[in-house]
Write a protein that binds this ligand. Structure first.
Ligand code: 5GP
Ligand code: ZN
Length: 117
């Protein structure tokens, strides 16, 4: 596993920074985003340090991508009010990536309140 001592997500993977774990295995860790776009907003990160999607090989892609549906399903199953989900992956500062350890945002969506366009 590649480790970057200056990377906050590498530190979260090692529990050197407090985090709320949603799911974890040998390939990925999923934890709550510190800024919750909606309740349950989760980040899924590969345990090996890779900056962005451009650094994935086919094996890492298969390992990480194959885990996302079951994590999404578990989040949805945790709250019947969750009726949808955005899965977002930013790559590069120009694409609004602020933490340069690849991650996927799982953002649960709920019934819009009245007046939502
Ligand atoms: P990006 O903009 O790179 O796609 O998303 C980075 C995400 O990481 C942001 O949503 C931000 O709230 C989250 N984040 C930044 N620092 C921390 C942290 O220390 N802990 C957690 N749990 N999330 C963080
Ligand atoms: Zn890292």
């Amino acid at each position: 596993m590649a480790y970057d001592a200056d990377c906050i997500f590498c530190k979260i993977i090692r529990n050197e920074i407090p985090n709320t774990v949603v799911y974890e295995d040998d390939v990925v860790k999923a934890f709550l985003d510190i800024t919750q776009v909606t309740p349950g907003h989760t980040l899924v990160v590969p345990k090996t340090h890779v900056a962005d999607i451009f650094g994935y090989d086919a094996d890492l892609a298969a390992a990480v991508f194959s885990r996302i549906p079951k994590i999404a399903q578990a989040i949805k199953a945790s709250d019947p009010a969750i009726i949808g989900m955005n899965i977002v992956n930013n790559n590069g500062k120009v694409a609004y990536q602020s933490v340069l350890h690849s991650h996927f945002h799982l953002i649960p969506r709920y019934q819009p309140t009245e007046g939502f366009a």
